[in-house]
Design a protein around this ligand. Structure first.
Ligand code: PDD
Length: 277
């Protein structure tokens, strides 16, 4: 079952107009929200970011928090799986003709939820590989836009190279991953790109910083370069579906001999506790 514009219906029965601006222009925004043990994780933070994305592209939010909570609670109850990943998309809606300028339309709201299979601590602590690439995306990466052409090309490249993620750099500074935020550990300090128009302010990013602080790390929201990464202790990525994942190999080179330290374990453990709150 999926949710579309007020109704819960079978996925293969759900359809939208070919005049929907999401289809024609990628004119919409989205959220991915994890559900752990039947509980929606950090819903308010996701709804706050959704509001910011909608405001940025001048779409009026069709629902209030309570309505989202009711819909999402019902949607996740259709599955007996306790850990799920909710995908929520709002587009500007369907117009009568294709034109770049927009009038106030009735937004299209689509929500689906799928089983979320998190990697185990054992799997994560083995470390993963990534490649780097120049960040060719537009300068409003803070909007969680459904226009993801650059990101899907990166994802396809990652698949081709059999790696987990593509780490992006702009002006020689690491911004984020194609679908994640990036962290560098060096001498008991955790570095990550500051929130700006060049990155998506990840909900997991905030929780990683909170967990890292609890583990006694110094938090440095400053950018760093690829060279810095190769001279660092560890590289991590974070996202709602991946949690905190160590990247031990970048561009076929091991970072600090591929070590995943007790520091990562501490941050991971703290994050798991947040999931149970
Ligand atoms: N992606 N940066 C980018 C470019 C992302 O696409 C994502 C998440 C993040 C991490 O945000 P969060 O911690 O709130 O998930 C950062 C989602 C999972 C996706 O597109 O499927």
């Amino acid at each position: 079952m999926v949710y579309l514009n007020g109704d819960f219906i079978a996925k293969n029965k759900a359809s939208i107009s070919i005049m929907d601006r999401g289809f024609l222009f990628g004119d919409g925004v989205y959220e991915v929200i994890p559900v752990y043990n039947g509980k929606i994780f950090r819903l308010q933070a996701h709804l706050d970011r959704l509001q910011k994305s909608l405001d940025s592209i001048q779409i009026t939010n069709p629902y209030k928090t309570k309505k989202y909570l009711d819909i999402l609670t019902q949607l996740i109850s259709f599955s007996s799986v306790k850990d799920q990943s909710i995908y929520l998309q709002i587009t500007r809606g369907a117009d009568t003709q294709r034109k770049h300028i927009f009038d106030a339309l009735i937004p299209t709201i689509y929500i689906e939820s799928n089983p979320l299979i998190s990697k185990t601590k054992q799997e994560l602590s083995k470390g993963f590989s990534a490649i780097s690439a120049q960040d060719i995306r537009w300068s409003r990466c803070d909007i969680k836009s459904i226009s993801l052409l650059a990101n899907i090309l990166y994802a396809q490249d990652a698949k081709k190279h059999n790696v987990e993620e593509v780490i992006l750099h702009r002006n020689n500074q690491i911004t984020e991953g194609a679908t994640s935020n990036v962290f560098m550990l060096k001498d008991n300090a955790l570095f990550t790109h500051p929130t700006s128009n060049h990155i998506l302010s990840g909900i997991t990013r905030d929780l990683v910083l909170e967990s890292a602080h609890a583990c006694g790390l110094k938090i440095q929201e400053t950018s760093f370069s690829l060279d810095d990464v190769f001279a660092s202790d560890e590289l991590w990525i974070s996202s709602s579906t991946r949690e905190i994942m160590p990247i031990t190999m970048l561009d076929n080179k091991l970072i600090n001999q591929g070590k995943v330290s007790a520091t990562w374990q501490c941050v991971y453990k703290h994050y798991q506790q947040l999931k149970n709150d």
